[in-house]
Design a binder for this molecule. Structure first.
Ligand SMILES: Nc1ncnc2c1ncn2[C@@H]1O[C@H](COP(=O)(O)OP(=O)(O)OP(=O)(O)O)[C@@H](O)[C@H]1O
Length: 523
């Protein structure tokens, strides 16, 4: 929440203490309200009366965060009930409201008659509207939930009311949330069998651990904000899933989400995939073809493994990000695109910048908002939530009845390190279900390496070896088992890597076989 800027309030109001007193009274009225409808009415009445504006409006976003609805209106001292048919069916074309929502910013317009914004959402009255103040409102989780608007028929500076009305509006949003929760409280306790579903509250992601709660908080900050995001984390931790959640729960959800892995294609092919081309751009270009930027126009483009994008393409990407303009291959014309970029990498991009393998300007342009996804080993009991959920999904997929978990099997999983993270867990469970002939999952259904004695009973040396083993395995997997590339990434001579692998009992051939088996077992 923003804090009250008392100096501006004191400067601009004739009787600031009287104002502060009425503001307090409004807070306590709202706190006492016991139904959502009257709470919304009380908020608009309070906003109009505190600011001495004839009009106040409250707009709320629906659960999908895409649809804005006018929920309460106060005009000339009384509630206004407009026929739904006289109101816009949605406010997607209302630039002023959308600006406030998308930018998550307070908007103050003092001379509406000379402003560029149209205001058909304000009610028609004898005298036209001259000034307004529009405030984004947030709920208790700091998620954008709606807008509070006040308007005046004179040219009047209304910013002095921004901080205090925002606090009041945010408080009302929190109260609304509480009332809605009370309305929906089930009269009987939740079904135990469906308990895992209740944990799916983090934007469709599973996990309740403090590490994942931190991720959810970061996601909530960028949902309604068009900044580029970099999702970082080890392989298989859920980076693409997080990117999808940001798209699915944000204002772009009705548009396309397109994902492209930047390490999967050679440079020329990646370039034509991303930017498109015109007929004759190269041999075989028989017709114009739109690229992924065009396909994602209005939506989100997820660039996975951005650290592997060749430097030449990085420059082209930077241009699109800066100018919002695209020039397909072989064309001398540019056109505008509006694409939100979410990039992911399991490399540390800062290190790549230092090595000259990633452009510093692109790093700063993209990396406004990094989100670090924790590895599974830092998520505590989330492993069990995920395991149960994946088993339910796999049972559905295999069209068999639900399986029970033995405590030993859950403990067995909890003690394992999971170098391949959530993806590895998912693969292990799919395989275990195939091996399980009854309906109880037991430790022997999970083919975890033998050395899985509890971490706490191992010596420091054994633990360090385990860390080193996981690091080498990760690096080898990432480099598709190529020891020369893995050694170069680790900054080791190849001979040293081979020696360490031998000492730690890592067999590159096994690694490839195991990965293949897991890929096949994946549902
Ligand atoms: N928190 C989560 N809840 C549910 N499923 C998850 C979660 N995290 C990851 N997964 C699942 O794990 C698998 C791997 O996730 P994802 O592909 O998003 O990982 P990634 O980090 O992008 O992988 P890579 O490093 O290979 O690009 C997917 O099947 C995904 O659905």
């Amino acid at each position: 929440m923003s804090s009250l800027k008392l100096p501006s309030l004191f400067d601009q109001l004739a009787q600031p203490l009287v104002y502060a007193e009425s503001l307090l009274a409004r807070f306590s009225h709202l706190a006492a309200s016991s139904d959502s409808r009257s709470l919304q009415q009380q908020l608009v009445a309070a906003a109009a009366e505190l600011s001495h504006c004839p009009l106040a409006q409250l707009y709320l976003l629906d659960k999908t965060h895409t649809q804005l609805t006018l929920c309460a209106e106060w005009l000339d001292g009384a509630p206004l009930q407009r026929e739904a048919s006289t109101l816009p069916s949605d406010y997607k074309d209302q630039q002023l409201l959308q600006y406030c929502l998308f930018q998550n910013q307070v908007l103050h317009v003092e001379a509406l008659n000379s402003s560029l914004y149209a205001t058909p959402f304000l009610p028609d009255t004898d005298r036209s509207w001259r000034s307004l103040l529009c405030l984004p409102l947030h709920d208790r989780e700091q998620q954008l939930g709606g807008l509070l608007l006040i308007a005046q028929r004179d040219d009047q500076a209304l910013e002095a009311f921004a901080d205090s009305l925002r606090l009041l509006g945010d408080f009302a949003m929190g109260q609304l949330q509480l009332l809605q929760r009370l309305d929906n409280t089930p009269s009987t306790p939740p079904d135990i069998a469906s308990s895992t579903i209740s944990h799916q509250r983090g934007y469709g992601l599973i996990g309740d651990s403090p590490a994942m709660q931190r991720v959810y908080r970061l996601i909530s900050k960028v949902l309604h904000n068009p900044v580029s995001v970099i999702v970082a984390g080890e392989t298989g931790t859920g980076k693409e899933l997080v990117a999808r959640s940001i798209h699915d729960y944000g204002l772009r959800r009705s548009q396309a989400f397109i994902a492209q892995n930047c390490s999967a294609l050679p440079e020329a092919l990646l370039e034509s995939e991303l930017f498109g081309y015109v007929k004759g751009a190269f041999t075989g270009a028989n017709q114009d073809r739109a690229g992924l930027f065009d396909a994602a126009d209005g939506g989100t483009l997820f660039l996975d493994e951005i650290g592997d994008m060749p430097l030449g393409l990085q420059a082209k990407l930077l241009r699109v990000l800066q100018e919002g303009e695209l020039r397909p291959l072989g064309s001398n014309r540019t056109h505008k695109v509006d694409v939100r970029i979410i990039a992911a990498s399991h490399h540390d991009l800062r290190t790549l910048v230092d090595k000259g393998q990633f452009r510093e300007d692109l790093f700063y342009r993209l990396g406004h908002f990094p989100i670090e996804i924790p590895p599974l080993r830092e998520r505590g009991t989330d492993i069990q939530l995920l395991a149960r959920r994946f088993a339910e999904e796999a049972c559905c997929f295999l069209q068999r009845g639900p399986c029970r978990w033995s405590d030993e099997a859950l403990e067995h999983l909890a003690g394992y390190h999971f170098p391949g993270n959530v993806r590895e867990l998912k693969g292990l469970i799919a395989r275990a279900l195939l091996l399980c002939e009854g309906n109880v999952l037991l430790p022997e259904h999970f083919s975890l390496p033998d050395s899985q004695q509890p971490i706490s009973s191992r010596s420091l040396r054994e633990r360090l070896e385990q860390v080193e083993r996981n690091l080498l395995l990760d690096c080898l997997r990432k480099n598709q088992g190529n020891q020369t590339s893995a050694a170069s990434e680790l900054g080791l001579p190849r001979r040293t890597l081979l020696y360490r692998m031998q000492r730690l009992n890592i067999n590159a051939a096994d690694l490839r076989l195991k990965d293949r088996a897991q890929a096949q077992a994946r549902p």
